[in-house]
Ligand binder design. Structure first.
Ligand code: ZN
Length: 192
């Protein structure tokens, strides 16, 4: 076990940074944050977890039929998940394959610890989409489309950026909701 892994099991890296802050400080929508907690805690209802709880006898992945459906397989290893990661790589900073390796039970927190803020946000959203696609395919019988998933991720990103821009505009007084915006042509000197 590496030093990093030992620290990870106590939820801190070698610099004493709590690894969980990579999730709670990430720039992601609330539903994606909740998913990330469950992913990091191995609390997603994967076939492997269901088998461990005697809910299922066979934990083979329903999508590829090739491997046991662990959390890692569901969001990284499976064919659909791999394909979406590759599709997003064309214009998003998706971490290199060498970082997307299974490194033990804490693989997700350890991966986040290797990434920049932007990469953390990007990879968590792609993993969330991979898990959502899997659920809609298994439970709703929907068809998987890499193009549709990629479009949905990009739309989510645009909405988030727009919201952030609105907040910035609001702070700067540019928001149309601010009735005084545009009327203050002269700076009023502060009263002494
Ligand atoms: Zn699979």
């Amino acid at each position: 076990m590496s030093t990093l892994e030992i620290h990870a099991s106590s939820s801190e890296n070698k610099n004493g940074t709590c690894l969980w802050q990579h999730i709670w400080k990430a720039n992601i929508p609330p539903k994606v944050r909740i998913f990330a907690w469950r992913l990091a805690r191995n609390a997603l209802p994967t076939n492997k977890n269901k088998k461990a709880r005697n809910i299922l006898k066979d934990d083979t992945c329903n999508i590829c039929g090739m491997e046991s459906e662990s959390t890692y397989h569901a969001v990284v290893g499976c064919s659909h998940s791999r394909a979406l990661l590759e599709a997003m790589r064309t214009d998003w900073p998706v971490p290199d394959d060498s970082l997307l390796q299974f490194s033990g039970p804490d693989w997700f927190l350890l991966l986040l610890d290797e990434l920049s803020d932007e990469e953390r946000s990007v990879i968590t959203r792609i993993f969330w989409r991979n898990w959502s696609d899997r659920n809609s395919m298994t439970h709703g019988g929907g068809r998987l489309s890499i193009d549709a998933s990629a479009r949905a991720l990009r739309a989510m990103q645009r909405t988030l950026l727009q919201k952030q821009q609105n907040i910035i505009d609001d702070v700067k007084g540019k928001s149309p909701l601010n009735v005084f915006a545009g009327k203050q042509k002269h700076k009023v000197p502060l009263e002494k």
